[in-house]
Design a protein around this ligand. Structure first.
Ligand SMILES: Nc1ncnc2c1ncn2[C@@H]1O[C@H](COP(=O)(O)OP(=O)(O)OP(=O)(O)O)[C@@H](O)[C@H]1O
Ligand SMILES: [Mg+2]
Length: 501
């Protein structure tokens, strides 16, 4: 590269310990202006911890940071923002009880204080500007965050981060929380920042996304920096190998192209109508993986919620036929007593009990299975098996789920429905934030469940995942089913996208 780059941030031997666990071990990285630096590494390799030290969410155990050549020791998140560093965190970064405007200006309310009180209207006007600046028109600044969808809350964070005009913009595993539309907003933003000679730190498990967007990639393994690779040396196999320390195969989806299912119908959705859904009907059969595709606002996530009894229906019914017994699902209680499992996209809010241990989270959904002999031993064996199968990185099964890295939380959320009595599992974005090694295991497990006769509703933003795993794909648009695609070797993304828009 001919153009002169200017070093914005440098870390020297940056280290973070959580009790005895060394999460980040003497990592030295350089982030240049005019560059998008990608961070990649397996779940628990230290990506979020490094970025959290730079943005002052975590304190530094040892090592140093330099900003524009001067020693940088941020005292608080707001201090980091004042130094030009903003971050979209991997987990929920908004507070439910506050409005959109209050979330955007959290910690910075002082700028709206007039005669001792916060001028709420002024704040909302400014929030509106922040949202519009990234092209978001349909989120109201006065709405409480709890009312928003997971994606909308992420976009509020994006608006906040950009509002403060960052020199360094850190994006931690955010794209998988967004739909195509949200992703495009984000890509446009990071490229604009790069063009404006600012810097971006992008964390993702999507290798293609990193190779498409980054100028340099830094690989981490077990808290250590493995190598830094520049764009002209990007190569998928090399990066994967560098991440996991061994060769991994590229094909991890189902290898068969037989989408026919002769299983009995086990879930029937008839004419579902809600605030979002519009006359949705389908059958899900035993041994079937039924994919659901759609853009944001298409109702795909709400459909999953409806089958689990979470979405308020105005019309229609969801019926299950387990062991030939017909039952209507009207609530989560009905869903649970009919052994329906649900992996929510919003894992922190809907799927996990964060303060509870890994073991308790895993066992929670399996109490019925173990109820005749809930001995400590069965629980432990069960939890240990899932921890091993999914390679959950933890200090012990008694560690609180809230302390795990994002991808490892996702594994717990996935694992709790596996090996369970549920014969029906709704999976909304099941591999969100999970590294490629474990994705392979998850896809194998899903295929195995199918063979055992489980019925799986696979809701996903990842087109390749849907095409690679589903027997049939229902495509949603404006709350209704707009198309169907059968499994075949020729099925391509474009065949599905054409029904989405
Ligand atoms: N608050 C905490 N308490 C104890 N251990 C923690 C805490 N936060 C992170 N860790 C540990 O630090 C290590 C690194 O975690 P980190 O979140 O940085 O991983 P990551 O690379 O971002 O992974 P992922 O891809 O899953 O998001 C993990 O082993 C994790 O369990
Ligand atoms: Mg992380």
């Amino acid at each position: 590269m001919e153009e002169k780059r200017k070093l914005l941030i440098e870390t020297k031997d940056l280290t973070k310990k959580f009790n005895d666990v060394v999460a980040v071990n003497k990592v030295s990285i350089k982030i240049n202006r005019g560059e998008i630096l990608g961070l990649i590494g397996e779940n628990g390799s230290g990506k979020s911890t490094i970025s959290s030290m730079i943005s002052a969410i975590h304190t530094v155990t040892s090592g140093e940071m330099f900003l524009d050549g001067k020693k940088y020791t941020p005292s608080s998140r707001m201090d980091a923002i004042d130094n030009g560093i903003t971050m979209i965190v991997q987990e929920a970064g908004t507070i439910d009880g506050l409005t959109v405007a209050e979330n955007i200006f959290l910690g910075d309310e002082k700028r709206f204080i007039k005669r001792g009180i916060v001028d709420g209207r002024k704040m909302e006007e400014e929030a509106k500007k922040a949202l519009l600046s990234i092209g978001i028109e349909d989120i109201e600044p006065s709405a409480t965050a709890a009312m928003l969808s997971f994606e909308e809350r992420k976009l509020v964070e994006v608006a906040k981060a950009v509002y403060y005009d960052p020199e360094l913009f850190i994006v931690d595993e955010t794209t998988t929380a967004l739909s195509q539309h949200g992703r495009e907003i984000l890509y446009k933003l990071i490229h604009k920042l790069r063009d404006d000679n600012k810097a971006v730190l992008l964390i993702s498990h999507d290798l293609q996304e990193l190779m498409d967007n980054c100028d340099v990639l830094t690989v981490l393994r077990d808290g250590n920096l493995v190598e830094t690779i520049s764009k002209d040396e990007f190569n998928e196999d090399r990066i994967k190998k560098s991440m996991v320390g061994r060769e991994i195969k590229g094909d991890y989806y189902r290898s068969d192209y037989d989408g026919k299912c002769d299983g009995k119908v086990i879930v029937r959705a008839e004419n579902l109508e809600s605030d979002t859904l519009c006359d949705v009907s389908f059958d899900l059969k035993e041994g079937q993986i039924l994919g659901i595709a759609g853009l944001s606002g298409s109702g795909m996530h709400e459909l999953g919620r409806a089958i689990f009894g979470l979405e308020k229906l105005k019309k229609g019914r969801v019926t299950t036929f387990i062991s030939d017994k017909e039952s209507e699902i009207k609530s989560v209680k009905d869903a649970l007593s009919n052994n329906i499992g649900y992996i929510s996209k919003d894992r922190d809010k809907e799927a996990l009990v964060l303060p509870a241990s890994i073991k308790d989270n895993l066992v929670l959904a399996n109490l019925s299975k173990m109820k005749f002999f809930i001995t400590k031993k069965t629980e432990k064996e069960f939890a240990q098996k899932i921890i091993d199968d999914l390679n959950i990185k933890c200090s012990s099964m008694n560690q609180a789920v809230g302390e795990l890295s994002g991808g490892n939380k996702q594994k717990v959320s996935f694992g709790k429905w596996i090996g369970n009595d549920s014969k029906i599992i709704i999976m909304d974005s099941p591999t969100r934030g999970v590294d490629i090694g474990v994705k392979t295991t998850m896809y194998q497990l899903i295929t195995e469940l199918k063979k055992q006769g489980y019925a799986i509703l696979l809701i996903s933003e990842e087109m390749q995942e849907l095409i690679g795993m589903s027997d049939e794909i229902l495509i949603m648009k404006d709350g209704a089913i707009s198309g169907r695609a059968q499994r075949s070797a020729e099925l391509g993304e474009q065949d599905i996208i054409s029904y989405m828009i």
